[in-house]
Structures are given as structure tokens and as C-alpha cells.
Design a protein around this ligand. Structure first.
Ligand SMILES: [Zn+2]
Length: 319
């Protein structure tokens, strides 16, 4: 457990996911809040209760849950805090907490169509059938207040809300006046978060371009007075602008490799994904396709590739 100052404590909770442990933060202000809520397992709950108790708190002391984004390793335990009547997050978190059926039907249809469009073969239909299964680790509930760029955190006036879309379409980070940055999965010390593909929001037609969003969220953070990052995973760190530069440069070099492949041959996103991730694509089709599409979105935005559609499938060509 890290105490950065009197008003914030880091608590660390196990997850069943490859990412390993997740951190949540107890924030003391006009109200007592928990930023993020781990996964919905008994093991996670016991770990959280034990760590709260070591610093003199119990679950029923928590009055508000604030979420950095909607992923299951960050929302899982929200239902277990009986006194936390306030749940605050980006408005795009809500459909995930309420499990709005219309949204999930839209979500599944988007991925069915998207896999066809990007040339993913039928053998991956399993992924589509199990698309809701991680939800068993996610929390259920309803937002009571929505947060957006520039807001102050309710009950914690010293924290400003920074929109940091990219890894998720609901991602927010929180910057304290003292330079403490609660960064969720946006800024991590050792890894770049995956720019996960998500469908257009209900009522919109174009899908978001998460890698481009991630880059602009990184560039936004470059200009902020951040002293220390308290991340969702891994160690806290201070050399923020160095890490941001590293992330941007690494992404550009990954894009360069994709460009070389496209120059050899016009290809579908799926064929490129197989070539870029020969050892991982079969087991992690969602993550590897998201990464591939992200680099293609970037190359397209830079004017380096263009796409055509042949028989309902996209091909990328070098310009
Ligand atoms: Zn996470």
C-alpha cells in the first residue's frame, strides 16, 4: 500500500486477467470515495476489505465510487458498498453498468459485421459468441452523476477531470492540484494500453479510432502539470513526459512496420494481423485486431495508406 499524502491510499487487488493486480484508490475529501472497484470475485473483495481495515476503514464507510472507465477489472465490486449511493464516471460507462440490452445487441452486431469487413475468417466465431463473458467480473449499477472534461470531482474539489479516451471510450483521469494524476489505464509505466475497438455510440454511425484518440490523450497529458502518476496497474511513476515520448515513438515504429507490410502487398486487416502477431493472433483475436486496426487508422490519418473494399472486405494499399 502506498500513501502518497494524507488524502489518498493505494489498495491492490488481484484479478483473474493476464494484466495481474489492479489498484484502486481511497480518496479522502468532503466525502470518502473509492476510485475504481476491482473485479467482482470474492478473492478481490476479501483483499480490498483487509486493506481497508488496515488503514482503519470498512466498506460501509465509502460514500462514493468514482470510475476511470468501464472495463471489468475497474468496476467489479461496486455493488458491494452498501453506503456508496453516488457512482460517478463518464456517461459512456452507464450502459455497461446497467447492461442495457439494446447496447449489447448493437455491440455484438457491430463486431459480427466488423469481422467480415476486416477479413476475419469464420473460425473466430467463438469469440463473437463469448463476447459478453468478461461481464461476469464487472459491476452492475447505475451512474448517479456523469463526469466530463474540466469538471471537479464531486466531494474532491482539488481534483480535475481529464478526458483520456483511447483504451476505452469512457476513459477519464483525475489530476489533483498537487500534481497527483490518477491515470486508470491511460498512463502505465511498463506497457501501452491496448487501443480497443468499440462500436459507434448508439445513434452514431462511425466507429471511434482509439489509437488516434490515445495519441491525442497522451499529447494532452504532456502539457499538464503532472508530478506523479498513480496508475491502475503497475508501479507509480514520476517521469511522465519521458514515458509519454516513449509511448509515442514506439507506436510510430510499430506503424512503420505495418506500413512496410502494406507496401509489399495490399492486404486485409486480418492478414496483416496474422503477420504482425504470428504467435498471438489465434488466442487473442480481439486484442491483436484492435492493435492492427489502430496502426492502420494512424497510417491512414497520416496519408500513408488508403483502403478499398472488394467483395465486402477492406484492403489497405500504400500510397
Ligand atoms: Zn485495467
Amino acid at each position: 500500500m502506498i500513501v502518497t499524502n494524507n488524502s489518498i491510499h493505494q489498495l491492490t487487488i488481484p484479478t483473474p486477467f493476464a494484466v495481474g493486480d489492479v489498484h484502486v484508490y481511497l480518496l479522502k475529501g468532503d466525502v470518502l470515495s473509492l476510485v475504481d472497484a476491482g473485479v467482482n470475485t470474492d478473492e478481490a473483495w476479501h483483499a480490498l476489505v483487509a486493506q481497508l481495515s488496515k488503514i482503519g476503514y470498512a466498506p460501509h464507510d465509502i460514500e462514493q465510487i468514482i470510475l476511470t472507465h468501464h472495463h471489468p477489472d475497474h468496476t467489479g465490486l461496486i455493488e458491494r458498498f452498501s453506503r456508496a449511493e453516488r457512482i460517478s464516471a463518464h456517461e459512456n460507462v452507464d450502459v455497461w453498468l446497467t447492461r442495457e440490452e439494446a447496447y449489447f445487441l448493437h455491440y455484438e452486431q457491430f463486431f459480427r459485421d466488423f469481422f467480415v469487413l476486416t477479413g476475419v475468417p469464420d473460425q473466430f466465431s467463438d469469440f463473437l459468441e463469448n463476447i459478453r463473458s468478461p461481464l461476469r467480473f464487472a459491476g452492475r449499477g447505475k451512474l448517479t452523476s456523469t463526469l466530463k472534461e474540466g469538471d471537479r470531482l464531486p466531494g474532491h474539489e482539488a481534483y480535475q477531470v481529464i478526458e483520456t479516451k483511447g483504451h476505452a471510450q469512457s476513459h477519464l483521469s483525475f489530476l489533483g492540484d498537487d500534481g497527483t494524476f490518477i491515470g486508470g489505464d491511460h498512463l502505465l509505466k511498463h506497457i501501452s494500453p491496448n487501443p480497443l475497438i468499440e462500436p459507434p455510440l448508439l445513434g452514431e454511425t462511425n466507429r471511434p479510432k482509439p489509437l488516434l484518440q490515445y495519441r491525442s490523450s497522451l499529447e494532452k497529458c504532456f502539457d499538464l502539470p503532472i508530478n506523479v502518476v498513480l496508475p491502475g496497474h503497475g508501479e507509480k511513476f514520476t517521469s511522465v513526459n519521458e514515458i509519454i515520448q516513449e509511448r509515442l515513438v514506439k507506436q510510430e515504429s510499430r506503424a512503420e512496420k505495418v506500413l512496410q507490410l502494406v507496401k509489399e502487398n495490399a492486404e486485409t486487416p486480418y492478414r496483416l494481423c496474422e503477420k504482425i502477431f504470428p504467435r498471438h493472433f489465434a488466442k487473442q483475436i480481439d486484442l491483436t485486431m484492435s492493435e492492427t486496426i489502430g496502426q492502420l487508422d494512424y497510417l491512414e490519418a497520416e496519408g500513408l495508406v488508403t483502403k478499398t473494399i472488394e467483395d465486402g472486405v477492406i484492403y489497405y494499399h500504400a500510397i
